[in-house]
Design a binder for this molecule. Structure first.
Ligand code: GLU
Length: 294
């Protein structure tokens, strides 16, 4: 009898950064991941995104586990912690280096600011990314490789950036993705060039959000990325990196954000919506579900 092909269950993940206490927005994300994984007969992973060692703290990480246990969300063990997998991100960066798609960038944030201010003082607008930050000037990209190598050898502080124009030429087309979130469901092909030459490796921390998230989703076999709409705009960059690194594309589902009374996105510095504080104040997990509209 021919062997039946094994059907792999879908894989979902909740991927918070332990740089503050989880709030109601994270509760919505975690609960949706849990519900969707269960409905699809899938697996749920937790990933601790702690590459930014300057801002992440063990007590926040412990609180993530406590909050999820309180909400009744179970996930597989062991839990992947990004800080323990720098070599995976380095391998991906090396691959992009080998095909000439990244370059060392030496301008500090202050230097970029001054460069852009000078440009704008001359009456010319400078492009901004979807988060409002100025695109990185094309200065380093234009300088000879030998010069960059000499600066690196001399110990000049630098990051690694994707050469967006070359990357798009290499990809050949704008990679599309399947979006199932309520705000804009469909097969979407959005332009990653809006972000300019994105940073893929920081000077003060290994890797970057974009590179590590893409590498981990692939290594962990994630098939469904369920996260807040604040990360929707970053998805074209993730799809481009997946394309360049030969990684599979998950299905994306960007959910609504929980806003504060002033209509702003919740932040980890707003203690009153922290799950740990609500729990301590006697709020129940059922109340949390109601407060996030589930
Ligand atoms: N670590 C990111 C955050 O806490 C989420 C990453 C993702 O879901 O892609 O905002």
């Amino acid at each position: 009898m021919p062997e039946k092909p094994a059907i792999m269950p879908p894989v979902f993940r909740f991927a918070p950064s332990p740089n503050g206490y989880l709030h109601l927005g994270h509760a919505l994300s975690a609960l949706l991941n849990d519900e969707m994984a269960k409905a699809a007969g899938g697996r749920l992973l937790l990933r601790i995104e702690d590459i930014d060692i300057t801002r992440c703290r063990p007590e926040y990480e412990q609180s993530i586990h406590d909050d999820l246990a309180w909400l009744g969300i179970a996930y597989e063990r062991p839990v992947r912690r990004q800080s323990e997998h720098t070599e995976d991100y380095r391998a991906a960066l090396d691959r992009l280096k080998a095909i000439g798609l990244v370059y060392p960038a030496f301008m500090s944030r202050g230097e970029v600011k001054r460069y852009v201010a000078d440009h704008e003082a001359a009456g010319r607008d400078w492009p901004r990314d979807p988060d409002g930050a100025p695109l990185y000037p094309p200065i380093d990209k234009a300088s000879p490789q030998a010069e960059a190598a000499a600066r690196i050898a001399a110990g000049d502080q630098h990051v690694w950036r994707l050469d967006m124009a070359k990357a798009l030429a290499e990809a050949g087309e704008t990679p599309s993705f399947v979006e199932t979130g309520p705000a804009c469901a469909g097969t979407l092909a959005l332009d990653p060039a809006l972000w300019g030459d994105v940073m893929l490796w920081r000077w003060d921390a290994p890797s970057s959000y974009h590179l590590s998230v893409v590498v981990d989703d692939a290594l962990q076999g994630v098939t469904h990325v369920v996260r807040g709409l604040d990360l929707f705009a970053a998805t074209p960059v993730h799809r481009l990196l997946q394309n360049l690194l030969g990684l599979p594309a998950p299905v994306y589902h960007h959910h609504r954000l929980i806003l504060d009374t002033d209509g702003r996105k919740l932040s980890k510095s707003q203690g009153d919506t922290a799950l740990a504080a609500l729990r301590a104040a006697g709020v129940s997990p059922l109340d949390i579900r109601r407060r996030v509209g589930l």
